[in-house]
Write a protein that binds this ligand. Structure first.
Ligand SMILES: [Cu+2]
Ligand SMILES: [Zn+2]
Length: 190
């Protein structure tokens, strides 16, 4: 077999593998613009929910969180932590705040803050919080990529103090993954 033929055969094989992963056909040029994180409670807590990350047309990231199991009427810090590792029962394995630019801790919209500093959730009387923030210091898979890192929700509010906002225990933890752009939740039957 000539060198050229072998190169073409290998290239063809690679494309074939890329197109048939998981038994369904994926486009080879799929760009990743959406991520999802399923937050689960750490030991002894009830915090759970979903955080969606969607890249905007102007290159920012819209973060949309829906979290329940919080203290009614209270604020709870929400951060991106360095490691997508929630194995520790208290969430410690997620490491510190995601801080690729070595900045001090802060609260949005301050520019001087960790990339992972998303501010606070604010729970209603049912202990549920819906929170949206658009940020310009992270991306899904580009600069300051968040894929493979973790969302951590804390017991206390983030007060912006050093080094990490005095937010207390980690009550929820979840790994940020690539969202399936075609999946939609089933419509709830009443
Ligand atoms: Cu945190
Ligand atoms: Zn921070």
């Amino acid at each position: 077999m000539s060198k050229c033929m072998r190169a073409r055969l290998l290239a063809g094989l690679a494309v074939g593998v890329a197109l048939t992963v998981g038994g369904s056909v994926a486009r080879a040029d799929d760009s990743i613009s959406k991520a999802v994180c399923q937050v689960r409670p750490t030991k002894g807590n009830k915090c759970r929910g979903v955080v969606i990350f969607q890249e905007t047309k102007d290159g920012r990231v819209r973060v949309m969180a829906r979290i329940r199991g919080l203290n009614p009427g209270k604020k709870h810090a929400i951060h991106i932590h360095q490691f997508g590792d929630c194995r520790d029962l208290a969430g410690k394995s997620a490491g510190g705040h995601y801080n690729p630019e070595e900045k001090p801790h802060g609260l949005p919209p301050a520019a001087e803050r960790h990339a992972g500093d998303l501010g606070n959730l604010e729970a209603n009387e049912e202990g549920f919080a819906k929170y949206t923030i658009v940020v310009d210091n992270i991306s899904i898979v580009g600069k300051n990529a968040i894929i493979g890192r973790a969302i951590v929700v804390h017991a206390l509010p983030d007060d912006g103090g050093q080094p990490t906002g005095n937010a207390g225990a980690r009550i929820g933890c979840g790994v940020i993954g690539i969202a399936n752009p075609e999946w939609k939740p089933a419509v709830k039957k009443k």
